[in-house]
Design a protein around this ligand. Structure first.
Ligand code: NAP
Length: 335
């Protein structure tokens, strides 16, 4: 294991933005994880773990500490539990589970990032979340300096959220165990999926067919990660009370809302940004909202974190002024 100094972080993120880290290290084993955390503790410097770098925005000044790149690999199947090392590519892992006949994760196809990040973010798309299928998570607890297996309940999964986002810097995720069913039920409740299969006259698609559908739908709607810098959806969809939704619906009759627990309603933020804030395709320097999906930010070469933050703040203000709703980032800001 080698610890490098002054390493530019932009190439390790899908936004392709970010200054240097004082120290940088790639880990491939549990021993590496322990050793590198000891290094950070000895030097009394902060650290954070990066996987696919697909859900972070790193400051232009970089990170004054240690960045740990998780490159731990390996997948194992034991009955209905499939375990994957945290550094495995998320989409390759989903493809693998589907190819082995398991269902559950197919709606989460074509999302960049790593297996470890799926637990941090409680990854979600097309009505499915990673947390629904996570059985346990093996972590290195950097406070206690030991490996611990956390249960699903310990992870505190919520909408695009988990305990890991709140206990920042405490845990390094090394493995995630998923409980999946062979030939189980698939979820095609979202309109795009329903329409895709209706057009093909398929009533009961297999998980492989759903994966194929999601890949095709996403390719038509989302930016090509190889051409653009992007971190996918930049904000979370806000959740409001039923009363607030009724008032907003009077003002904006087309506003889509989806029922949530406790009578709350989830608003489609992309619709608000597009139809109320007229922000689809809006640019701020080298950064903008994607022309086909306003919730997704895209960055041209030369883009800076400052430009992203300015655009995000402008959109937060526009949404607040028009609807009274405060929106939150889905992407993690590192500075
Ligand atoms: P869409 O299908 O046009 O729907 C717009 C929004 O309405 C979505 O954000 C979705 O919320 C919500 N929605 C739609 N149908 C729903 C239903 N039947 N029940 C509950 N909520 C519903 O969205 P899209 O932009 O094409 O995205 C499709 C899926 O991919 C969404 O789940 C989205 O979150 C996901 N996605 C993820 C990323 C990422 O970076 N992680 C990027 C783009 C899209 P939800 O977002 O809560 O599902």
């Amino acid at each position: 294991m080698k610890i490098d100094e002054n390493i530019k972080l932009a190439p390790f993120t899908t936004f392709k933005i970010g200054g240097p880290a004082d120290f940088f290290c790639s880990v491939t084993s549990e021993d590496d994880v322990r050793e590198v955390v000891e290094f950070a503790h000895e030097k009394k410097i902060p650290f954070f773990v990066i996987g696919g770098g697909s859900n972070i925005l790193i400051s232009d000044k970089g990170f004054p500490g240690l960045v740990i790149l998780n490159e731990m690999k390996g997948i194992a199947i034991e009955s209905d539990v499939i375990s994957a090392a945290a550094g495995e590519s998320w989409d390759d892992f989903v493809g693998y589970t589907v190819s082995k006949g398991f269902s559950g994760l197919e709606n989460l196809s074509s999302i960049p990032g790593t297996v470890g990040a799926s637990a941090v973010q409680n990854l979600g798309a097309y009505g499915v979340t990673a947390g629904q299928f996570i059985h346990s998570v093996l972590v290195f607890d950097t406070r206690e300096m030991k490996f611990v297996e956390l249960s699903n309940a310990d992870c505190g999964f919520e909408y695009r959220d988990s305990m890991f986002k709140h206990e920042k810097g405490r845990y390094v995720i090394t493995r995630v165990d998923f409980k999946l069913e062979k030939g189980g039920k698939v979820n095609i409740e979202y309109k795009d999926l329903k329409e895709y299969f209706a057009a093909k006259n398929i009533n009961a698609p297999s998980s492989a067919q759903v994966r194929e559908a999601v890949i095709s739908i996403r390719a038509g709607k989302l930016p090509d990660w190889k051409l653009w810098g992007t971190a996918g959806s930049f904000f979370k969809n806000p959740v409001v009370s039923a009363k607030e939704y009724v008032l907003l619906k009077e003002k904006y009759p087309g506003l889509p809302g989806f029922p949530e627990a406790e009578g709350k309603v989830k608003l489609a933020l992309a619709w608000i940004l597009d139809n109320i804030c007229h922000a689809k395709g809006m640019m701020n320097g080298n950064v903008g909202t994607y022309e086909k999906q306003a919730l997704v930010f895209v960055a041209k070469p030369g883009a800076t974190a400052a430009e992203v933050v300015e655009l995000a703040q402008e959109l937060m203000k526009r949404v607040k002024d028009a609807t009274g709703v405060t929106i939150e980032g889905e992407v993690e800001w590192v500075n």
